[in-house]
Design a protein around this ligand. Structure first.
Ligand code: ARG
Length: 458
């Protein structure tokens, strides 16, 4: 019979036991569960609710159980129902009657929440460390490619020439916000629900500030009912994960494009590609595609959690047990994606000879010509129209803007001449875009410096 079996006459049906149990997945949090119990019983002893001797026996017993789980000596089954009861019943087996005092002034409802928050806090720290690693690789690559020029797109059409370092620094900002979002989530969830008990607190003279402190939380949660019902912290985390996976997915998409024979901007390292079982020549960018695909999975985890929560009245409901698997899945998936992506990025080199061929297509310097004419005193809207006509003339003649002869220029507008156009070579256009946040190599290097000092401040 289960630990809660006092008022029952029959054991649960086997199929019900299996359906009800969370031990299959929540045993991942056994360390957190034991840490929570140790803090709890330490507080109970300090408050005179159990004796120091009882507390010592319980803590020793819990540490032995921790070791037995770690070594594989304890194997949980559906009979254990969940990690909380699994550990408590093993404790009673291990140390006898005194083990029955551990569950004084707490409930599984607050226990599963303290486990969840301890678990997630640690994972957030680990994920932030992975993202920092990614940012470091991005900075290194941005520096390496600060001067190298590529095509900048809007609407997937050639737009303006940009530096490759600039592209890297764009993604740097996205992952920076991901780290900041995670840090915010961490701050907000850093409150300890332990001692909220089932939903309404307890008649025992507990000291929740003490358990919060022992477990490394900033403070105890304010309201017991909220403490056992809240899963916002997990939803926030899943939304942080979804946003970051969206960033990974967008860049992975670009990788897949850049790797095509049409683009050939990069050749993804062999160690990150797979072959085809039928087409011998194939080298497929599977990692980039999987990174893109995995974002769908993490969005699913977020949607699942939002949907589970939406119709649940206060306080605890068993629906909440469904809060774990999606969370674990998102943690594992996001972490693995950051690791793979960081490695793939690190190994990627750009094929400048291939990119070079594209720079003469699509009149990448047209905006620069218009800006130049505007600086010479022609109102920008008029300059825009003049360059539009120049582009048309070039298309008819199959030439570049800088190749139009004096006569053609003058027939487009009397103020035009080769000299009036100034230096409109692609490198000159890129170097001139040094407005704050622009693509010029000097400006990219400034962005790298700011990025680096932010990383170092973490
Ligand atoms: N396994 C449960 C969960 O994960 C623990 C809390 C169960 N509480 C209860 N009163 N049934 O949510």
């Amino acid at each position: 019979m289960a630990l809660w079996g006092g008022r029952f006459e029959k054991d649960m049906d086997q199929i019900v036991k299996e359906f009800n149990a969370s031990i299959g997945f929540d045993q991942r949090m056994y360390n957190e569960d034991i840490d929570g119990s140790i803090a709890h019983v330490t507080m109970l002893a300090a408050q005179g609710i159990v004796t120091e001797e009882e507390s010592r026996q319980i803590i020793d017993g819990l540490e032995r159980i921790r070791e037995k789980i770690r070594s594989g000596e304890i194997v949980f089954t559906v009979e254990d129902e969940d990690i909380h009861m699994g550990i408590e019943s093993r404790l009673i087996e291990e140390i006898g009657e005194v083990g029955k005092k551990l569950h004084t002034a707490r409930s599984r409802n607050d226990q599963c929440q303290v486990d969840g928050r301890l678990y997630l806090k640690e994972e957030i720290r680990a994920i932030v460390a992975e993202l920092i690693e990614l940012e470091e690789v991005i900075l290194r690559k941005a520096d390496q490619y600060a001067e190298e020029i590529t095509v900048g797109f809007t609407h997937i059409q050639h737009a303006q020439p940009i530096t490759i370092g600039f592209v890297f620094m764009a993604y740097f900002q996205m992952f920076r916000r991901d780290i900041e979002r995670l840090t915010d989530t961490y701050e907000r969830m850093d409150l300890c629900p332990l001692g909220a008990c089932a939903l309404a607190g307890t008649t025992f003279p507990t000291d929740r500030a003490r358990t919060a402190e022992l477990l490394g939380f900033r403070a105890p949660t304010e309201n017991a009912m909220d403490s056992v019902s809240d899963r916002d912290y997990a939803i926030e985390f899943l939304s942080d994960a979804s946003i970051s996976m969206m960033h990974i997915s967008r860049w992975a998409e670009e990788f897949a494009w850049w790797n095509t024979s049409e683009f050939s901007y990069i050749a993804i390292d062999d160690s990150f590609c797979t072959g085809s079982s039928i087409m011998p020549q194939k080298k497929n960018p599977d990692m980039a595609e999987l990174l893109r695909g995995k974002s769908g999975r993490v969005y699913g985890d977020l949607m699942q959690m939002l949907t589970v929560l939406k119709g649940t009245p206060l306080a605890y409901n068993k629906d909440f047990q469904e809060d774990k698997e999606g969370l674990f899945d998102a943690v594992d998936t996001w972490k693995a994606c950051i690791q793979i992506f960081t490695k793939m990025l690190d190994k990627t080199e750009f094929r400048m000879d291939q990119i070079e061929k594209q720079l003469s297509k699509g009149f990448l310097n047209a905006t620069d010509v218009a800006e130049h004419l505007a600086m010479e005193g022609i109102p920008f809207r008029e300059a825009h129209n003049i360059v539009g006509r120049m582009v048309k003339a070039c298309e008819e003649r199959g030439c570049q803007l800088e190749e139009l002869d004096e006569e053609s220029l003058r027939s487009i507008d009397s103020r035009l001449s080769r000299k009036a156009l100034g230096d409109i070579s692609i490198p000159a256009c890129v170097s001139a875009r040094k407005s704050f946040g622009g693509t010029a190599p000097d400006e990219v290097r400034r962005q790298i410096r700011v990025g680096r000092s932010w990383l170092e401040s973490l």
